[in-house]
Write a protein that binds this ligand. Structure first.
Ligand code: ADP
Ligand code: MG
Length: 885
């Protein structure tokens, strides 16, 4: 269509739109019908069939199927019956179904996240500028973009001012390219040179523009390559990668033990086929097949929980990084505070400071008028309801103006605005130019120490010292201070830029506004501290204001440092690295300084969460381990650079997310504890029994069943386990800590040994110990006892695993309801197999006497008793160390 070459008027005609008024909503609806939503086609999901295939290409599944083949062969040649091969196949199927079902629900949870991230587009429809969901954009729509926005569709520029767009997603070029509505562009020019076009998915880093949408959805340049993007592999978290490594090692262990069993069995005169079967099943049983799925489910469930607590995870590995976060660098305004500014004090030069509630004299009214003229915010009353547009600092000004009985629209009509230099957090100034009766006035408002005054103006000198005093007095009351300077012009100067307008100003006065801390901030800072996490405040506000608030919420303590952006600049990276641990507050910083703070902490080996909202925050968000963007005030640029988005902009939410991250990590370790204890004991039981020449204590299909029923079914429920009471009272998990650190490896070894002893004991009693003439003993009785003990005790063990230190009787069986019922189901299934004749036949189980049932039951409960006693002594020890448990 050569949109870049055609005349604008042609384009408007072709798309039946209007430069000023855009499309009508009716037109837009029609085009939407025709063109469809402005979105990329979803990545083709792995269908159920593909998932099944996936499952069946797993090594473990293949080995199982080989086992089924051997078993079929035995059935045919030796008349073993077809039950065994059928059961093996059934177990493979059950395992696959369980796995796929869990995977699907995890996928669904993650999909829901994507929909939460669709940005809004600013579009002119029916002549009114309005935000709409960018999904609903159509060709012909007139859109506005400004610094911080993600471009919602491909569009041809109509107007542009200082527009810079970062197009690396499309062109690979990371330096933003300058856009120009007037430039002539040819179709033969590469994408990167088509400077009169905007491309969907790219980020505006500076300036603003107005453009007409020419392509949406899959027709955009990004859409054309979207199919390529879809092919990128889903990245695994570091922990998942380590678990995959672990899985490989375990497979090796399993194969080696299979070979050992095979060898020993042959020496003891078992048949080759029988031993082959056993070796193969053992190899399979020893590998915790369910582990990867459980980990995925645990992560997905954690992410779902975080959404509920207002944190949206954009990159899954961030969940883990959150769990080990040791420093949170947070913005002050809006994150630690409410961002609800109210002017409390006004000081017009030549008078005394006045509270907002007192009556204003002329100079004060004039000051307020100038502040209002230099603000973009508006408060409109619509049917008794207030519509507030704009940033809270300016809203505070307009509110006071209204309270004093003047309307902003009246002022604007009287002194029409002819130019604006927008506020930016690096300059900390904003300037507007207005027409007056006798010429022009340029008004600059901003940080007191950044207002460039005219050194020759008499009022400046006279009040300079007093101004400093008043400023400090305001700031120490935790007030954000805004200063105002102005300049008259007879005629409009040629260059309306900062160099001309923002210099040599006459000073008019100050306002001080309060921005109360969020009520939850103080507790959240304390909670972070208890969890060994340091909170650092970063703000553009003056040091005195920042320190006052930091002290109030417990960030700035005795001995901590508060430094300014200027001091930060004077420090070398080495010096900053040495001092960074002691600095709690950074005042008057620019977003560009944040990246140095992140890197200094990281150089000390810390895991850093950093918040940000503006365009200039993006580099720091990318550098941080958990880059956190504001959902409400954040720009699209900040969001797309982030790992996590806070939907409520609240500091406390970060701390909640950290807790959730820790819970996830903890539950993955619990799952390991649970699954590996049982798997290792299976290996030991088989090797020891066969070595002693006792024959096989459990046969292949019994092992397989235990793996699925006693481990798989309850194991999934561990993902829902609540956090331990002391989790947020411990130091962060070091990012280099192994999965088995903190005694987990030892616990697994002990537990596995305990199972081994108990199961073999049961087997021995059943096979060899003569109890009375009514109680028969045989190899089959021994096997049955071993089967039930191994199955039951590993189900019972899940109640041990649920808490590291707490007794199950304290946390209560019902505090994880689904886990309780899954465990009961597993116990019932194993019991059912041991008493229902058809099942008994299939699983080669014989009926047990009452005495044997009593023994089996007691032995199965032993792990619970042992672990409860061990926890009791741990709690005693911890209490002796003064910890509250
Ligand atoms: P923060 O990171 O705390 O939001 P900013 O960098 O946005 O800090 O603001 C720093 C300073 O800039 C404030 O203390 C105030 O003096 C000034 N300022 C903030 N907002 C505006 C605005 N809209 N217009 C002019 N000056 C402003
Ligand atoms: Mg700000």
């Amino acid at each position: 269509m050569k949109w870049m070459e055609r005349k604008l008027e042609d384009i408007f005609k072709a798309l039946k739109t209007n430069r000023e008024n855009g499309l009508s909503s009716k037109q837009a609806a029609e085009v939407l019908q025709q063109k469809g939503y402005n979105e990329f086609e979803e990545e083709k999901k792995e269908g159920i069939g593909a998932k099944l295939l996936h499952q069946f290409s797993e090594v473990t599944t293949i080995i199982l199927l080989v086992a089924a083949l051997i078993s079929t062969y035995l059935a045919v040649t030796e008349g073993h019956g077809y039950a065994e091969p059928l059961v093996i196949i059934a177990i493979v199927a059950l395992n696959a179904v369980l796995g796929i079902r869990q995977e699907l629900s995890a996928e669904k949870a993650l999909d829901a996240l994507k929909n939460m991230n669709t940005p809004a587009a600013k579009v002119v429809r029916d002549g009114i500028l309005q935000p709409i969901n960018s999904k609903e954009l159509v060709p012909g729509d007139i859109i506005m973009v400004e610094a911080g926005d993600m471009i919602p569709a491909d569009a041809r520029l109509i107007e542009s001012s200082n527009l810079l767009v970062e197009e690396s997603a499309l062109t690979g070029e990371s330096v933003p390219s300058e856009k120009n509505a007037q430039a002539e562009v040819k179709e033969s020019d590469p994408l990167g040179d088509r400077v009169n076009m905007l491309f969907s998915g790219c980020l505006v880093t500076n300036g603003r523009g107005r453009a007409v949408v020419v392509a949406t959805g899959m027709e955009t340049e990004m859409g054309k390559i979207a199919s390529l993007l879809n092919n990128t592999k889903k990245s695994k978290t570091p922990l998942q990668q380590r678990l995959i490594e672990l899985g490989k090692k375990l497979s090796l262990v399993a194969v080696v033990s299979g070979v050992i069993i095979f060898g020993i069995g042959l020496l003891h005169g078992e048949t080759i086929m029988e031993m082959l079967m056993t070796a193969v099943s053992l190899a399979v049983a020893a590998v915790p097949e369910t582990l990867p799925v459980i980990v995925t489910v645990t992560l997905a469930f954690g992410i779902q929980n975080m959404v509920r607590k207002n944190a949206i995870i954009r990159r899954i590995p961030a969940v883990e990084a959150l769990g080990s976060a040791s420093v949170i660098c947070s913005d002050k305004t809006g994150t630690l505070t409410q961002n609800q500014m109210t002017i409390k004090q006004v000081w017009a030069v030549s008078h005394e400071p006045k509270a907002d509630t007192e009556a204003f004299n002329d100079t004060e009214t004039e000051l307020l008028t100038m502040f209002s003229l230099a603000s973009n915010a508006s408060i409109e009353l619509n049917n008794g309801e207030e519509t507030i547009i704009g940033d809270p600092t300016e809203t505070a000004i307009i509110r006071l103006l209204h309270q004093k009985g003047t309307k902003k629209s009246e002022l604007e009509a009287k002194y029409p605005r002819v130019h604006e230099l927008p506020f930016d957090s690096s300059r900390k100034l904003m300037t507007t130019v207005h027409r007056t009766e006798d010429g022009y006035i340029s008004i600059t408002k901003g940080a007191f120490d950044r207002i460039p005054l005219d050194p020759h103006a008499s009022c400046t000198n006279e009040y300079q010292a007093r101004a400093n005093e008043v400023h400090d007095q305001f700031a120490e009351q935790a007030l954000r201070v805004l200063a105002l300077g102005y300049k008259h012009y007879g005629e409009l100067p040629e260059q309306l830029d900062a160099a001309e307008l923002e210099q040599g100003l006459r000073f008019a006065g100050l306002v001080g506004m309060i921005d109360p801390p969020r009520p939850e901030s103080k507790a959240a800072v304390q909670a972070a501290m208890d969890a060994g996490i340091k909170t650092v405040m970063i703000t553009g506000d003056h040091m005195a204001t920042a320190s006052a608030i930091a002290r109030e919420i417990g960030i700035l303590k005795e001995g901590d440092l508060a430094i300014s952006g200027a001091e930060l600049e004077r420090m070398s990276d080495v010096e900053l690295k040495q001092k960074v641990r002691h600095i709690s507050v950074y005042g008057r910083v620019s977003p560009e300084d944040k990246i140095r703070i992140v890197q200094a902490w990281q150089a000390n080996g810390e895991v850093v969460a950093m918040t940000g909202d503006g365009v200039n925050d993006a580099p720091a968000l990318k550098a941080a381990d958990v880059g956190t963007a504001m959902g409400i005030t954040g720009t699209d640029v900040a969001k797309s650079a982030s790992d996590m988005v806070l939907t409520d902009d609240n500091f406390a939410t970060i701390v909640d997310a950290v807790a959730e991250g820790r819970r996830v990590y903890e539950n993955i370790r619990k799952t390991l504890y649970f699954l590996l204890s049982c798997n290792f004991s299976e290996i030991m039981i088989m090797i020891i029994a066969v070595a002693f020449g006792w024959g096989l204590p459990v046969i292949a299909i019994q092992l397989l069943l235990i793996n699925v029923v006693a481990d798989g079914i309850p194991g999934f429920c561990l993902s829902r386990e609540k956090m331990e009471p002391d989790t947020m009272r411990q130091k962060p998990i070091s990012k280099n800590a192994g999965i088995f650190s903190n005694g987990l490896g030892k616990k697994i070894a002990l537990q596995a040994s305990l199972y081994t002893v108990l199961t073999l004991l049961g087997f021995y009693v059943g096979k060899f110990v003569h109890i009375s003439d009514q109680v028969s003993t045989s190899h089959e009785v021994g096997q049955t006892m071993a089967f039930v003990i191994l199955g039951w005790s590993s189900v019972v063990h899940i109640f041990n695993v649920r808490s590291n230190t707490q007794s199950i009787f304290t946390i209560g069986f019902m505090s994880n309801r689904s886990l309780f019922w899954c465990a009961m189901l597993s116990i019932a299934i194993i019991f059912g197999i041991a008493i229902i004749p058809t099942l008994m036949e299939i699983f080669q189980i014989v009926s047990l006497s009452f005495t044997h049932w009593v023994i089996v039951t007691i032995l199965s409960i032993v792990p619970l008793i042992v672990v409860e006693l061990a926890k009791l002594s741990t709690r005693k020890k911890l209490r002796a160390q003064g910890q509250s448990i």
